[in-house]
Design a binder for this molecule. Structure first.
Ligand code: BG6
Length: 499
């Protein structure tokens, strides 16, 4: 594998959770696997004042808390870590940042190549690029300069457009890397290879053979300690607008002309621009919003969403969204995509299920199993194909059986985590797995009517924590004799209410 060029990485928001939980572990693993550049410097930036040593100690502690770390590798890794206290809203203070980056050119031979990672509250996403530009830190005369922007990229269509304008005033599109960590998942990338490297699926991948597509991203956790943020966002902004629509685009896109960032992202954006705009009727009939309520399920007691820390007592924020939507093009005309995500559902699973049409004539009876292709994004990553088989014995009754593949069966699997993959790609100037400006905009445009509707929805359904969400989401499919792979109806606890 080609190593990235030497560079400096500046992490804004260095004392935050994301840095400790995701970014530093990702850098450490890349380092331990020999995937980082020959030389590099990571500079943590935030308001709190620490010395380099104190910062290193903190990171060492959080790294060793969660996993077994090789002592010697850790000591060597830490020699690349530095810290700079900075008021990130104060332009003048960036002179110090520039000086430090200059010293890294000598100490670590970075040649001016720099990644700026915005792991701060979103209110600073526009400010930091401006301050960087004021000190010429966006200038690529000497070394490349990449800016990674965490999600959420905007709060709605208007704010996303205005944030884009602010950032584009200082950085060019090729320098901007908008993170959607779902695109960093091995199994999401595999959608491309699976579809376009195998001649046997592509001919079936359209309205003639597919009855409907289901995308489920279910989480068993609640909002944990993120109630303050989540209550202002909700499932539509937190998961649907970005992660789920990206996955949907990978399922629905056409074959790219070549495997490079532009060709792939051209096809992705085309699908997003083909989402059928939502009418008032769609919002009323094809959208189900829910919020988890207090419950005892499977021997455990769960708090309701409104009882979580940081959440308003009378909150009407959705923790569940389920919807039926369409892609308006030749390939998909008339094929419904059922998409749902929720917190405090029975299990953690993200999967895409392709439900193929039944045979034209039900010669073995109406109950013969349908063909399903299940692409398991996480956990237990894999692919499963289910089909009908004759039940051994007399007669011609059929039963459903399956063939499956699990990633852990691969002999040498060194699956990078999403953050590892994305950080590495950014250092290699490969933007394929980052959201392009037009894609972000197309998704917000599609979602905007939902954002307006959910301010005052006709229904917000309570679902007992630990169940598969509001049973009304089953009705989205039931009217066409369809079903989610995990429907609500199989659950004993059907404690639903209108909130
Ligand atoms: C994040 C959301 O983007 O994705 C979280 O903010 C959510 O609320 C998380 O839990 C899910 O990611 P994953 O990789 O665990 O499916």
């Amino acid at each position: 594998m080609v190593q990235p060029e030497n560079n400096s990485i500046v992490i804004f928001g260095a004392s935050g959770d994301l840095t400790h939980r995701k970014l530093i572990p990702a850098f450490y693993h890349l380092y331990a696997n020999g995937l980082l550049p020959e030389d590099f410097a990571i500079l943590g930036v935030s308001r709190t004042s620490y010395s380099d040593e104190e910062f290193r100690d903190k990171l060492k502690q959080s790294l060793t808390e969660n996993e077994k770390i090789d002592e010697e590798t850790l000591i060597n890794f830490c020699q690349h870590l530095y810290y700079q206290a900075l008021n990130t809203s104060d332009k003048d203070e960036y002179a110090v940042l520039k000086e430090r980056l200059d010293t890294f050119k000598e100490m670590h031979n970075t040649q001016g190549n720099t990644v700026f990672y915005l792991a701060t509250p979103p209110s600073l996403y526009g400010v930091i690029p401006e301050c960087l530009a004021a000190h010429g830190l966006n200038d690529e005369t000497e070394g490349w300069k990449n800016l990674i922007v965490e999600k959420p990229f905007g709060y709605d269509l208007e704010s996303a457009i205005s944030l884009d304008k602010q950032i584009h005033a200082c950085f060019q599109e090729h320098q901007i890397y908008r993170i959607d960590h779902y695109l960093g998942k091995e199994t999401v990338q595999n959608l491309l290879v699976f579809r376009f490297a195998n001649g046997m699926f592509e001919p079936l991948w359209n309205r003639n053979f597919i009855d409907y597509v289901e995308i489920t991203a279910s989480e068993s956790l609640g909002v944990e300690d993120r109630g303050g943020y989540y209550d202002g966002a909700g499932a539509v902004r937190d998961m649907f607008q970005n992660h789920l629509l990206q996955v949907l685009a990978m399922v629905g896109m056409e074959s790219p002309a070549a495997i490079n960032a532009d060709s792939i992202r051209d096809e992705v954006v085309k699908v997003m621009q083909s989402f059928k705009p939502l009418s008032d009727d769609d919002l009323k009939n094809n959208l189900v919003l829910g919020q988890y309520t207090e419950s005892d399920a499977r021997g455990k007691h769960f708090l309701g969403y409104r009882q979580e820390p940081g959440v308003a007592e009378d909150s009407r924020t959705e923790t569940y969204v389920g919807m039926k939507m369409f892609i308006q093009n030749w390939r998909w005309n008339g094929v419904p995509f059922y998409v749902r995500t929720g917190k405090r559902l029975p299990t953690r699973v993200t999967e895409v299920v392709i439900h193929f049409k039944k045979t034209p004539h039900p010669v073995f009876g109406e109950n013969a199993p349908e063909n399903k292709l299940i692409i398991r994004i996480q956990p237990d990553e894999g692919i499963l194909m289910s089909f009908g088989l004759k039940k051994p014995g007399a007669g011609f009754e059929s039963q459903e059986v399956s063939m499956d593949f699990h990633y852990d069966k691969l002999e040498e699997t060194n699956m990078l985590t999403a953050y590892e993959r994305l950080l590495l790609d950014c250092m290699k100037q490969d933007a394929t797995l980052f959201a392009r400006t037009d894609a972000v905009r197309a998704c917000w445009k599609f979602v905007q009517p939902i954002l307006e509707y959910k301010e005052n929805p006709e229904h917000l359904f309570g679902y007992a924590a630990g169940t598969w969400g509001p049973k009304q989401a089953d009705d989205l499919l039931a009217s066409s004799n369809r079903e989610w792979r995990f429907p609500c109806k199989n659950l004993a606890n059907t404690d639903y209410c209108e909130l």
